[in-house]
Design a protein around this ligand. Structure first.
Ligand SMILES: C[S@@+](CC[C@H](N)C(=O)[O-])C[C@H]1O[C@@H](n2cnc3c(N)ncnc32)[C@H](O)[C@@H]1O
Length: 246
């Protein structure tokens, strides 16, 4: 007799409704992260954008998953220039609403959906990106993310993902832990609704499982899967290329 399959329940904090509620609350103060990181988040976004190639033909069409307030838009615009079109996907309406100031032109479309299963057309994007959205996903969700990225991309298109990481050991880990321990109470003191940033720091302390993510990308058909740590050691950039046309 075969033993029963045990399906472990999804921890409450990784349930989509819980994650969406967290970012709905955080939208008001999410912009603070730019100066709290001393501009470092922006530099990492630029490194992600500049890791992408110019498309061989036609303008770049980027689908930015877990886009928040289209925070990656300035870096993508810097990389690809005027012809760029970005579709910013996020399931939190208040986070997407932060992008309204950027969305003046027709180059940026806002799309409210679960990033793991959008209804966007297949095979249109030259690149699929994700900046700092991995931390609230469970490794069990990586195959869905990789499959959705593969579905959205044109043959030979690229995926690029960047995430904050806490080093496993050493002085960099200690420095960041001390910074976060000081930062979170200060934020709450400045603005009580900013206490939600403490929750984000807890997700970040677990961090993504990059080996599981690389495997999920390979299983979804991606090649040239590359991972590198970004200076000063608190972010990882993962890039991969979708199968070329036959
Ligand atoms: C840490 S913010 C990152 C925002 C932005 N990409 C940046 O560069 O700062 C993570 C975003 O991912 C969104 N998110 C998390 N899981 C999602 C999912 N399954 N589908 C759509 N959006 C999701 C959240 O609503 C939030 O806006």
């Amino acid at each position: 007799m075969s033993s029963p399959v045990v399906v472990s329940p999804v921890p409450v904090r990784y349930r989509p409704a819980q994650v969406r509620a967290l970012f709905d609350k955080m939208a008001e103060t999410y912009g603070w992260s730019r100066w709290l990181s001393g501009g470092q988040l922006g530099r990492w976004r630029h490194q992600l954008a500049h890791a992408l190639r110019q498309p061989i033909t036609g303008p770049a069409h980027v689908v930015d998953l877990m886009a928040g307030g289209a925070d990656l838009w300035p870096a993508l615009h810097h990389r690809f220039g005027a012809g760029l079109h970005v579709t910013a996907v996020d399931f939190s309406a208040p986070m997407l609403a932060r992008a309204a100031a950027l969305a003046a032109g027709s180059q940026l479309a806002l799309y409210q959906a679960n990033a793991l299963a959008t209804a966007l057309p297949a095979g249109q994007a030259t690149a699929v990106t994700c900046a700092f959205g991995l931390k609230t996903l469970r490794p069990a969700e990586y195959p869905a993310l990789a499959a959705e990225a593969a579905r959205l991309l044109r043959p030979g298109g690229e995926v690029a993902l960047v995430e904050f990481v806490l080093p496993d050991s050493g002085w960099r880990r200690q420095v960041m832990l001390h910074y976060l321990a000081l930062l979170v109470p200060c934020l709450g003191w400045l603005q009580p609704t900013a206490n939600v940033h403490a929750e984000l720091a807890r997700y970040a302390s677990v961090g993504p499982d990059f080996s599981a993510l690389r495997q999920a990308l390979e299983q979804a058909g991606f090649t040239q899967v590359r991972q590198r740590r970004l200076w000063p050691g608190y972010a990882v950039l993962l890039t991969a290329v979708a199968k070329p046309a036959n």
